[in-house]
Design a protein around this ligand. Structure first.
Ligand code: NAP
Ligand code: MG
Length: 495
């Protein structure tokens, strides 16, 4: 019998009011049920928001260093349970064990960063323009944060959002993706074990249109932090506008790696294999386009196709698997549709192109790592986010054209260039339109203490990660203390 899970509302584990449930299955073997979860609705969200609001009134008064101590304990517990969580994560969403371990590690890093931020949360003291008057600006918590997350980083992304939110004194209502509820349940369990008071974190499982929408349109939710697709991001932006919420959106990408003729080609090859096919291409920072300088096009393609055909697909829990399955049937179908689109557009299929169904792969949502060559910048293959193991290769005449091609997209999350010419590297840093640029490294590999997010349609200008995310979870309050003993009128009495 599969294990049954519940929502966490006001410190108590409870079923959905309706009693409905949904199943979570293993994408590497769809016969295996990972767990049964509550299929919640608006009434469950209402209860969670009420609990979070009540908890906020107490939590905001707890000193930030004390809140940081709990973050440290959360980090310690994640360290202890890292292997167990990683295995469960692979079982519910498919990526290989090395990568799910990395995902949990990012949660650990984020917890320890938040722990130390409890002793910073710096404000400013500034001189007043009037005598005997003191001026400062300080950060204050905002209230109840609605946290809506995707399935591809089931630990890292929820921690990027909830740890800084809670450290800053806010409380959370968390709706994880229905594809990865188990990792989310384990995370919340650990947060409670670490000593968070009841109601500071609440989890409501269920679908986007029911639970997600109930959060984004709830009048008593102050903040929304969302990571997911551009379409849903736009919907959330509309749904939360009526109640004027502060909204952080981290959306799609169409990331490119450039390889110039002067580059270390062996290194560039390792990077593109990792960037394009790691997490089965289902990363917002995945390398979806490879832009090759003409002179090395044929040579690099030959190297790339050879290595791609040797990648080992399989259950992510097996030690020799290099590429896991797509997360679900719909995701694999969408990949297959893009393969058809690529063929129709006249791109040249160089590797893969099909479902992988041999032997042990028969009951999983596996798709072969796929490469299209001769892709031109106008093709849909070059423009639309595929979110699967499909790489489109584009030719560029020279360095300048490679940058133009890279920038020719509505997205702007990650980017990479391989070159040994320092002048070109710095020109690329200046001219590439993206939130993240790597020199001689793959498009994936963000570190928890640096800003994370994108330009253009990848988001709405906020950043997760590092110190920058604390701007999202706090309001600035300006404070003036006049100790002159008389009424001093700024701009009037002093000029
Ligand atoms: P998604 O379909 O947009 O779903 C993301 C979350 O939103 C899920 O929890 C989903 O619920 C929920 N949701 C769906 N409709 C909603 C609605 N109307 N109101 C409120 N919530 C709603 O994205 P995904 O398929 O999980 O993830 C893939 C996408 O995420 C890709 O586009 C990828 O680029 C993007 N992504 C971006 C970043 C980044 O930082 N830029 C990072 C990772 C992923 P259910 O699915 O459970 O129903
Ligand atoms: Mg699953």
């Amino acid at each position: 019998m599969a294990q049954k899970f519940q929502n966490l509302i006001n410190g108590k584990w409870v079923d959905a009011v309706s009693g409905r449930t949904f199943e979570n299955r293993n994408p590497a073997n769809w016969e295996e049920v990972v767990g049964i979860f509550p299929k919640s609705g608006k009434e469950d969200v209402d209860a969670a928001v009420k609990a979070a609001r009540a908890a906020f009134e107490k939590w905001r008064l707890v000193p930030a260093p004390k809140r940081g101590d709990i973050m440290r304990t959360i980090g310690d517990l994640l360290v202890k349970r890292k292997e167990e969580i990683s295995r469960e994560m692979t079982r519910e969403m498919g990526k290989v064990l090395a990568e799910t371990r990395g995902d949990v590690q990012e949660g650990i890093d984020t917890a320890y960063y938040a722990a130390t931020e409890g002793r910073r949360l710096f404000g400013h003291t500034v001189p007043s323009e009037l005598p005997n008057k003191f001026a400062m600006a300080m950060r204050v918590p905002i209230g109840v944060a609605g946290i809506i997350t995707p399935w591809n980083f089931p630990m890292a992304i929820p921690t990027w959002k909830m740890f800084p939110a809670i450290l800053s004194g806010n409380t959370c209502v968390f709706k994880p993706a229905t594809d990865t509820p188990k990792t989310a349940a384990m995370l919340v369990e650990i947060m409670m074990e670490a000593g968070l008071p009841e109601g500071v974190v609440n989890i409501v499982h269920g679908g986007g249109s029911e639970v997600g929408n109930a959060i984004t349109s709830h009048p008593d939710v102050d903040l929304i932090s969302f990571t997911g697709s551009t379409g849903v991001g736009k919907q959330i932006s509309r749904d939360s506008s009526e109640t004027l919420k502060r909204v952080s959106l981290e959306l799609g990408g169409k990331n490119a790696q450039i390889v110039l003729a002067d580059a270390d080609l062996d290194l560039a090859l390792e990077a593109v294999l990792w960037g394009a096919f790691g997490t089965t291409g289902q990363r917002c920072t995945a390398t979806s386009r490879l832009i090759l300088e003409e002179k090395i096009y044929d040579k690099f393609i030959a190297m790339l196709v050879d290595r791609t055909n040797k990648l080992k697909l399989g259950d992510g829990l097996l030690p020799d698997s290099q590429v896991g399955p797509c997360v679900n049937e719909g995701q694999r179908k969408s990949v297959q549709e893009y393969v058809q689109i690529g063929k129709n557009e006249g791109a040249k299929l160089l590797a893969g192109g099909n479902f992988a169904t041999e032997g042990a792969l028969a009951k999983g949502w596996f798709h072969q790592p796929t490469i299209f060559g001769d892709v031109t910048p106008e093709m849909r293959l070059a423009k639309e986010e595929i979110f699967g193991p499909v790489l489109s290769v584009i030719r560029a005449k020279d360095f300048e054209e490679s940058i133009r091609i890279l920038n020719n997209t509505e997205y702007g999350l990650s980017s990479s260039i391989f070159t040994t010419d320092v002048n070109k590297a710095f020109t690329a840093v200046r001219d590439i339109q993206a939130g993240i640029t790597y020199i001689n490294a793959a498009t994936i590999g963000a570190e928890a203490h640096l800003p994370f997010g994108g330009v253009k349609k990848t988001g709405n200008g906020h950043r997760e990660g590092g110190w920058t995310v604390y701007d999202f979870y706090t309001e600035w309050k300006a404070v003036y203390v006049d100790y002159s003993g008389k009424l001093q009128r700024a701009q009037i009495d002093n000029y």
